[in-house]
Design a protein around this ligand. Structure first.
Ligand code: A2P
Length: 320
């Protein structure tokens, strides 16, 4: 078997490896997605804010029309951006995603982050739009946003809904008041940031965890880099286990997440690596190797989103 699935609390299945598409640019996104589908990826993770939904949509449509892909086998996730958390904007954003992706339903829609921002102002110049993020912080009632998504599920436009970058307290408030419970939480998760507290909470609640930056986001934007950051892919423990098993370091990191029950969404633009990142279902890590990897945990969050730290919803009372 080249791939496995995880089961959501609503009965839906999500392929246990997804293709990440953050920062995959216009010049390569179509080739990347086409290649990934060709070699067996069936789970694509995107977002309104990545700016690549329309290009992904072209490739999905091409493959669906050609019959090389069945809609039922495909799992597409997108996210409602921080500046569309208001009631009307949320529905508009989801409908735009459907248009761009050329789909008549989305498998999973997440609230991208709880740090609301004013909606985009189409009649303003680009310069005006470049106001500092802080000036446009808005507190939205995320439960209202959630109810909009619930309605879109009822209308059949979305199959499952979830959250991203939320704290346990924020998730729990949604959970307690939701008619449709969150099926998925997406957050930064890798060997240096194993998210023990949130994972155990999600397990209790039956929420599947998706891990972004599973390889340690080596190409993250400059503003998220610090001089003392470690490079996960070249960690000696990871390299050593890779050598023992005759595997690539990336495969060790992805397999580690699979074995702790996290769905990784690695991103690559290189065919060899895209393929390598899916070849993780034909081996497993032994208990001693798992323990060594578990010991790498060090609360190293690469995406700390410090530009939002004065936002009322910013990782409030976060427990590690
Ligand atoms: P590239 O796109 O040039 O392959 P993450 O998913 O943690 O954000 O990591 C994505 C980054 O890791 C990208 O810079 C990507 O570079 C690189 N990458 C992806 N797959 C592999 C791999 N199998 N081996 C080494 N680096 C990889």
């Amino acid at each position: 078997a080249s791939r496995g699935f995880v089961l959501f609390n609503n009965g839906a299945r999500m392929p246990s490896i997804g293709l990440g598409t953050f920062q995959v640019t216009k010049d390569s996104i179509q080739t990347v997605v086409d290649y990934a589908l060709d070699i067996g990826y069936r789970h694509i993770d995107t977002a309104r804010s990545y700016g690549n939904e329309a290009d992904i949509g072209k490739v999905l449509d091409k493959n669906l029309c050609a019959g090389t892909l069945k809609r039922n086998d495909l799992f597409v996730t997108t996210k409602v951006p921080r500046d569309c958390l208001g009631e009307k904007d949320t529905e508009r954003s989801v409908r735009e995603s459907l248009d761009f992706l050329q789909l008549n339903y989305l498998d999973l829609v997440l609230i991208h982050a709880p740090w609301g921002q004013e909606p985009p102002l189409p009649d303003k110049t680009t310069e005006e739009q470049k106001r500092p993020a802080q000036e446009s912080f808005v507190h939205y009632d995320l439960l209202t946003t959630w109810h909009v998504l619930e309605n879109l599920v009822r209308k059949g436009l979305i199959h499952s809904i979830g959250l991203s970058n939320f704290t346990q307290r924020q998730i729990e408030r949604i959970w307690q008041n939701a008619k449709i419970k969150p099926a998925n939480l997406q957050l930064e998760c890798h060997a240096y940031l194993q998210q023990l507290a949130l994972r155990s909470y999600c397990q209790q609640r039956g929420i599947v965890v998706t891990g972004y930056s599973p390889l340690g986001a080596p190409d993250r934007p400059e503003k998220y880099r610090n001089l003392d950051d470690l490079h996960l892919l070249s960690d000696p423990v990871v390299q050593d286990i890779a050598e023992q098993l005759g595997r690539a370091p990336a495969q060790i990191l992805l397999r580690f997440l699979l074995q702790i029950g996290v769905v990784p969404v690695p991103k690559s633009t290189q065919p060899r690596r895209i393929a390598e990142n899916l070849q993780v279902f034909d081996f497993s890590l032994r208990q001693d190797q798992m323990s060594q990897l578990q010991a790498l945990n060090r609360n190293m969050k690469f995406f700390r989103f410090e530009q939002f730290q004065n936002h009322p919803e910013y990782f409030e009372n976060e427990e590690f």
